[in-house]
Ligand binder design. Structure first.
Ligand code: AGP
Length: 615
């Protein structure tokens, strides 16, 4: 996730911005930049590739004057890491500077429209369309804030945007659309701050306001005013942020689990940073996957392994490797694989999925495979953990610290890492040609915003929880790549609410589970529009014919499903391999809401540990 800082007040902006960016370094970045408005009313920028010291060396030399400015640390997605692609971006005529978090999904069409109007572009980024749009609206006579708000109406995706203009030298405008990271406004004495991170503000102030979806903030040294996406004034009183590390870490959420569920769009963006370029479509996985094309082509089989939620991610990854990379794949629970002691050799690729990197059974299976000479990768969230030391290479989940015992954002991060691995191996093995690569990469762009739409519907999940929190049994059904999601939905529910829940391949219904169906049993059926939709619909008919209750997950607009199921949770459309990253979100939220209603200890459920380091 990129880092954002802004300052307007009476002190020199440059040192405050550089210090703020240093506090954001933990997010990872490949370039950084700063823009200030000088006392002469000019826009002055400086940007540098690499670590902040490159920027510090540069701007200090130039000693950018001014008491208002914005700063940014960037992970490249559109356009390689370079000085010209670093933020801030401008309209080319010194009228507007913008820093940005998110993906402008429709940037290509906007870029063509603006170029046709004579706008000149210098970078490869999607972000650069923003200052041109904003300058265009300002040229029509509106102010900076109104121009930013109008720009929100032209762009698709999830965004955090901060802009400034010499035409309004004492004003910073910040805006948020969807879930592309927070935008926090800090209130000082005669000075104001903007950041993507609460910790970057705490050295200066504890009085903060957090932008809501679609909100725009106009920030001056004297304070801030807010409006919504329709331009209607919004009253936001600054809250005093607790310095208590635990509640500050919870970021205002009641539980870590809900906070971490809500962070999933950012996890997707973080996973893509520095690994995926949208134009030209490119997967940059070489540094994490140490296989040559010849070695990749020699692979005979993948063996995926994990426990619990990570096993469910491995089950999804298996289908991705088979269907995208053309690599035969099998998956096994680590505690079984380690004792099954299968024949393995250098033509086998073991992929160990373990967010902690310390699960004892998974480590044992990895060591066993290593002794047999198998190639080995880890999908892991903890750099330096044992799994990363046993594997030849690690694809980092990049989900940040996950404190809730129930794995949520690391599950989505694991599936995304497996998707990138499948594409990378497919490129090396020749099963993914350039057109296919373009399609697979393009499908990633709408993911953060689609997840954000699912996260905006907590009331719906809460209503379902109210209806079903007293049920003592649940059945979750899915087919194909949604079968592991049915398993994961059941695991989430049983973990945090202590309700007995089973996840099943829906095709198994007639082989036993159908005996369970009656009017007391809620059945969650994942029936999105994919190749197995009709089969899932038949399963729903079977359940309804026996007075069962069906809570379906369906693709937005599917009227037929709406007529068949008792309750439908609508999910945005997505490619077959990325759909699981969406369907799991409502199931996580439903489990959370039911557990809260049942008064369970959501973040530390009974009998469970976050990491199982003992057998
Ligand atoms: C999932 O919510 C549980 N916390 C548990 O099943 C977990 O996924 C399992 O213990 C594996 O942990 P790992 O990913 O750290 O290896």
């Amino acid at each position: 996730m990129c880092g954002i800082v802004g300052y307007v007040g009476k002190r020199p902006a440059l040192p405050i911005l550089l210090e703020g960016l240093k506090r954001l370094e933990y997010r990872g970045y490949d370039s950084a930049g700063i823009a200030v408005i000088t006392p002469r009313g000019e826009l002055a920028l400086d940007k540098a590739v690499g670590k902040l010291r490159a920027l510090e060396g540069s701007t200090r030399a130039r000693a950018l004057p001014g008491t208002i400015g914005i700063g940014h640390t960037r992970w490249a997605t559109h356009g390689k890491p370079s000085q010209v692609n670093a933020h801030p971006h401008t309209d080319g005529e010194g009228r507007v500077a913008v820093i940005h978090n998110g993906i402008v999904e429709n940037y290509l069409e906007l870029k063509r429209e603006l170029a046709a109007q004579g706008r000149r572009f210098v970078s490869e980024t999607d972000t650069e369309v923003l200052p041109h749009l904003i300058a265009g609206f300002m040229a029509q006579g509106v102010g900076l804030a109104e121009a930013v708000r109008a720009t929100l109406g032209r762009i698709r995706g999830a965004h955090a945007i901060v802009a400034l203009s010499p035409q309004e030298p004492g004003v910073i405008v910040a805006a948020r659309l969807g879930h592309a990271g927070a935008v926090v406004i800090g209130y000082g004495e005669g000075e104001m701050f903007v950041s993507s991170d609460l910790p970057a503000l705490l050295p200066h102030t504890r009085r903060i306001a957090v932008l809501g979806n679609g909100e725009v903030a106009t920030v001056t040294a004297a304070g801030a005013s807010y409006c919504d996406s329709q331009g209607r004034a919004v009253v936001k009183e600054p809250q005093t942020s607790s310095l208590d590390p635990l509640s500050a870490a919870k970021g205002g959420y009641k539980h870590f689990m809900l906070k971490e569920i809500s962070e999933q769009p950012e996890v997707v963006l973080d996973s893509l940073r520095g690994r995926v370029l949208f134009d030209p479509p490119t997967i940059l996985a070489d540094q994490e996957v140490p296989f040559t094309a010849a070695e990749a082509r020699r692979l005979r089989r993948a063996v995926l392994v994990g426990m619990g939620t990570s096993l469910h991610a491995a089950m999804v990854g298996r289908l991705m490797l088979e269907q995208i990379a053309g690599l035969p794949a099998e998956v096994d629970n680590a505690s079984e694989l380690r004792y099954r002691d299968p024949p393995l050799d250098r033509q086998d690729l073991v992929v160990a999925v373990t967010q902690s990197g310390e699960t004892v059974d998974t480590l044992a299976a990895m060591v066993n495979a290593k002794q047999k000479g198998a190639r080995q990768l880890a999908i892991c969230n903890v750099p330096g953990s044992q799994a990363t030391q046993v594997a030849e290479g690690t694809i980092s989940i990049r989900a940040g610290l996950e404190i809730g015992v129930a794995s949520t954002k690391t599950f989505v991060g694991s599936m995304l890492a497996l998707y990138l691995l499948a594409i990378h191996l497919g490129r090396l093995r020749g099963t993914v040609d350039p057109p296919r690569l373009q399609e697979l990469v393009r499908d990633l762009a709408p993911l953060p915003a689609a997840m954000g739409r699912l996260l905006e519907r907590q009331d719906e999940y809460r209503a379902l929880a109210q209806r079903f929190s007293s049920s003592e049994h649940f059945l979750f059904l899915g087919r194909g790549i949604q079968h592991p999601i049915a398993m994961e939905g059941a695991l989430k529910l049983k973990e945090v609410s202590y309700i007995h829940a089973e996840g099943y391949a829906a095709g198994e219904m007639k082989h036993g589970p159908i005996a369970l169906i009656d009017r007391s049993l809620p059945v969650v059926a994942i029936a999105v529009r994919d190749a197995l939709y009709d089969k899932m619909l038949s399963n729903i008919f079977e359940v309804k014919a026996r007075d069962g209750i069906v809570i379906a997950l369906g693709t937005e607009g599917d009227q037929e499903l709406g007529e068949r199921a008792d309750h439908v949770i609508w999910v945005p459309p997505a490619s077959p391999w990325l759909a699981p990253l969406l369907t799991v979100v409502p199931l996580q939220c439903l489990a959370y809401e039911i557990a809260v209603r049942r008064g369970c200890d959501v973040d530390q459920p009974r009998n469970l540990a976050k990491t199982v380091t003992v057998e």
